[in-house]
Design a protein around this ligand. Structure first.
Ligand code: NAI
Length: 260
């Protein structure tokens, strides 16, 4: 067990998913106390059981689009665990691959509600707690689709570009108050969300999941997708207090995808 986040309170949304659960495990292994949430109560319970409950984990099943639930979770969690040092705003959803003209307005609204407004509501609750302490690090999980266009994922890409914009504006507002705000832009990593995208691609083209996987990895200069643990290494580095001069950045962890 490491010491890099010894007794720091780390909030993670979408904690029961691929990146979220990997982040919870790695921050806990570095000594952090965990403030966890996910809309799936069952999956969240399973994760909390892994940590044996106790007074180092505070978990709430909630939807990040519900302003009151998010505000209560942050207030109660910070009170119970003793503050809020790091926030990983990670909850997010994708949509079926389709050209823009085939997407519905409801799909667009849902992407913006969960991926963009969810991050906005989390930061709205987190920033006052961090301002009171005079320190903190927020990391919003955007996507490579928050940096470049992603054909057939236009509503998702719009919501992730919004996350990058929110990140930069918030970073500017709190930069002189000891709080850093950055965004993480992964490309493809093997998680349930990625499996959904690969299956959708396979279904659309009438090919196997394996063929869809190779089509995706073929676009990545490193020739492979990431593991969730590799993406979490960037979360640990970006949010660690030693990384003290980085704020307002959208950091690509993408095997080179957006570099070419
Ligand atoms: P995942 O589907 O494994 O996990 C997402 C988690 O968020 C799930 O546990 C889900 O229950 C939760 N969630 C969804 N909507 C919610 C809501 N309204 N309120 C609260 N919780 C909610 O997905 P994954 O891959 O771990 O994605 C995490 C983040 O990383 C997302 O924001 C995603 O857009 C982003 N991302 C993922 C990439 C990948 O290849 N896996 C690539 C780039 C970005």
């Amino acid at each position: 067990m490491g010491e890099r986040f010894r007794d720091q309170v780390v909030m993670i949304t979408g904690a029961a998913g691929g990146f979220g659960s990997a982040a919870a495990r790695q921050f806990a292994a570095e000594g952090a106390k965990l403030l966890l949430s996910d809309r799936s109560a069952e999956a969240l319970d399973g994760l909390v059981r892994e940590f044996g409950g106790g007074d180092r984990v505070f978990a709430t099943a909630l939807d990040v689009t519900d302003e009151d639930c998010v505000a209560n979770h942050v207030a109660e969690g910070a009170k119970t665990l003793g503050g809020l040092d790091v926030a990983i705003n990670n909850a997010g959803i994708g949509h079926d691959l389709a050209p823009l003209q085939k997407l519905t307005g409801d799909t667009f609204d849902r992407m913006m509600a969960v991926n963009a407004k969810g991050v906005f509501l989390c930061m709205k609750a987190q920033i006052p707690v961090m301002l009171e302490a005079g320190s903190g690090a927020i990391l919003n999980v955007a996507s490579a689709a928050g940096l470049v266009g992603a054909g057939h994922l236009s509503a998702y890409a719009a919501s992730k570009h919004a996350v990058v914009g929110l990140t930069k504006a918030a970073a500017d507002e709190v930069a002189r108050k000891g709080i850093r705000v950055n965004a993480l832009c992964p490309s493809f990593a093997v998680t349930p969300l990625f499996d959904e995208i690969a299956d959708a691609l396979a279904g659309r083209r009438g090919e196997s999941r394996e063929t869809a996987y190779s089509r995706i990895t073929g676009r990545v200069p490193m020739g492979r997708v990431a593991s969730p643990e590799e993406v979490v290494q960037a979360m640990l580095w970006i949010t660690h207090p030693d990384n003290s001069f980085m704020t307002g950045q959208a950091v690509a962890v993408d095997g080179g995808l957006t570099a070419v």
